[in-house]
Design a protein around this ligand. Sequence first.
Ligand SMILES: [Zn+2]
Ligand SMILES: [Zn+2]
Length: 231
Amino acid sequence: MKMTSAPSGGSKELLKLAKVGEELDRQLLRFGSAFEDYQNAQPDLELPTTEAMTEARESLRAELASALEVMRLIDSGVSVAATTQRGNFWTTPLTINQAFRLMEQASPDSLGFRIQADSNYAKHIARVYRQHAAASSTCGRGNNCQTRTVTWPGRTRGPGCWRHLTPEEREELTKIYDLAVEKGPCEACQVSPGKPCDENAEPKNIDGWFSPIRKFNKRSVHLIRLEASVA
Ligand SMILES: [Zn+2]
Ligand SMILES: [Zn+2]
C-alpha cells in the first residue's frame, strides 16, 4: 500500500490521458471502418479480439469525457459529503458515479473534495495502523505464547490466540461469527442473511476498502460483516 503519496490528484495526468485518448479514438475509428470492410468481405476467419476493440471505442470516449467533467469540478473546489450513504469515510480512487453521488449529497457545511479526500485518507491510514496493531499483537497466555491473537469484532485485540482461548471465549466468538451470518447480508461477497460468506467471491471495493476474510472454528466470514454485526 502507498502510505506517503498524496491521496488526491491526477488532473494533469488525466488531461494528458484524454489527449492521447483522442488520438486513439481517431485511430480506433479508422480501425473500426477497416474492420467493417473486413467483415463485409465474407472473411474466412473470425477476429473476436479485434471486434471487442472496435466496441471499446464508445466506452473509452464516454469514460474519459465524464472523468474530465468530474475532474474539472474537483479542481474548482466542489464540496462533497464526508461519508458515503452507508456512513463510511470514502477514499480515492472513486468511480465516476461515486464521485457524482458524493457531490449530490454535499451539505452547506461540506468541505471541498481534495480537503475531504486528504482527511479521509488520514482516517483510513489510522484504521490500517489500528488493524495492523491488532493483527500483530501476541497472545501472551500459556508460556508467554507468541502466536497472534484472534480477531475479535468490536475490540482492538482478541483475548488470546485461537489455541489459548478459554472454552467460554471460544463459544462467545463462535456465536459472534454465527450471528453475523444470521443477522445481515455481506457487503463483501453479496450473500443474503443466513447464507455463509463466499470465500471465492471476487474481492469487492467497499468505499475504497477490500474486506479480508476471517476464520474461526470452521467458520469463514468477511471482516466487514463481522464488524457490522457488532456495530
Ligand atoms: Zn496463545
Ligand atoms: Zn462475505
